[in-house]
Design a protein around this ligand. Structure first.
Ligand SMILES: NC(=O)c1ccc[n+]([C@@H]2O[C@H](COP(=O)([O-])OP(=O)(O)OC[C@H]3O[C@@H](n4cnc5c(N)ncnc54)[C@H](OP(=O)(O)O)[C@@H]3O)[C@@H](O)[C@H]2O)c1
Length: 285
């Protein structure tokens, strides 16, 4: 099922629907919708600042995702948050400008149902495993890949072409930035996140994606001094609110289209960067 869905997403993105899709399938777009999608894609690339009205957010219950929810709402953006606890659902639904929907990121249909009608998607998912005893088909899988791949696939199926994925320094090209001891401890998580990055980079070539890799996260007040950088060796720390603010800025900046950026606060002296290696800032405008 997963494989069929992946083929359909690829076919949709490559505009080869008739060749790949089985007859009578419910995901087949009309020729008009494909044309509209490609026109939207062109105009998005050419406008100075992009704007989004309704943004799907996975990971909004806490951490960077929760900071981001508040930042986006303050900017007048309606946020559709996928959450898995009834208590969080109630809390978030009490915020004006938020629609919280109960669902688990491991369940593809929950993700697709919540994202339907949104014009951009963001995932800050992390930290959890699916149920399982660690063996055979029931082996636990990390939300860092499975949850994120559901978000990516749903965006592809629904034609939500703007997607921001929060991963981590240590993934992919930034492996060398992480001190070996840190990398070793986080390896399973980093590899799962990297797999999600690669899914997006290699197969969703017609989407307007941005990957943001934060350094070590801290829950302290924003400094306002954090930056994005395309230096894949950049390393350091960042406060969650600053990270959220950078994600919100990156969402609307056309310069971040198909960019992989690290998020770091050079004003924080981090143990992983004791020499305060200079960081080149990526210009968002
Ligand atoms: N900690 C660090 O120093 C560090 C460094 C670099 C990157 N990162 C990454 O940055 C991101 C944000 O980290 P954070 O520490 O601020 O947030 P976090 O505490 O890791 O929050 C993760 C979010 O994902 C949600 N989530 C997890 N599994 C889910 C599922 N199956 N279905 C729906 N939602 C699910 C959680 O919801 P629940 O409340 O329901 O669990 C929570 O909202 C994460 O991807 C993290 O791995 C962290």
């Amino acid at each position: 099922m997963m494989a069929i869905r992946s083929i359909m997403v690829l076919a949709l993105l490559m505009g080869k629907t008739t060749a790949f899709l089985p007859p009578n399938n419910s995901f087949s777009p009309s020729p008009t919708s494909l044309t509209e999608r490609s026109n939207t894609r062109t105009s998005l690339s050419m406008t100075a600042q992009q704007s989004y009205n309704k943004v799907f957010l996975a990971g909004a219950s806490r951490g960077v995702g929760n900071c981001l929810l508040k930042t986006l709402v303050a900017e007048g953006i309606h946020v559709v948050a996928l959450v898995r606890s009834p208590e969080v659902l109630e809390t978030l639904n009490a915020i004006e400008g938020v629609t919280a929907i109960l669902g688990d990121a491991f369940d593809y249909k929950s993700v697709e149902g919540a994202m339907d009608g949104c014009d951009a998607a963001i995932s800050t998912l992390g930290g959890s495993m699916s149920k399982g005893d660690g063996s055979g088909d029931d082996a636990p899988t990390k939300v860092d890949y499975t949850g994120n791949s559901n978000v990516i696939e749903a965006a592809g199926i629904l034609g939500v072409t703007r997607l921001v994925l929060l991963t981590s320094i240590g993934c992919g090209t930034s492996k060398e930035a992480a001190p070996p001891a840190v990398f070793d401890v986080l390896a399973p998580t980093l590899k799962a996140k990297e797999k999600a990055e690669n899914l997006l980079i290699k197969y969703y070539t017609n989407m307007n994606w941005t990957i943001i890799r934060p350094g070590g996260l801290k829950s302290e007040a924003a400094t306002g001094k954090a930056v994005l950088s395309d230096d894949c060796l950049a390393i350091g720390s960042i406060h969650r609110q600053d990270c959220a603010d950078l994600v919100a800025k990156a969402l609307t900046s056309p310069k971040t289209e198909r960019q992989v950026l690290s998020a770091i606060d050079p004003s924080i002296i981090a143990a992983v960067n004791p020499d305060a290696r200079p960081i080149t800032e990526f210009a968002l405008s």
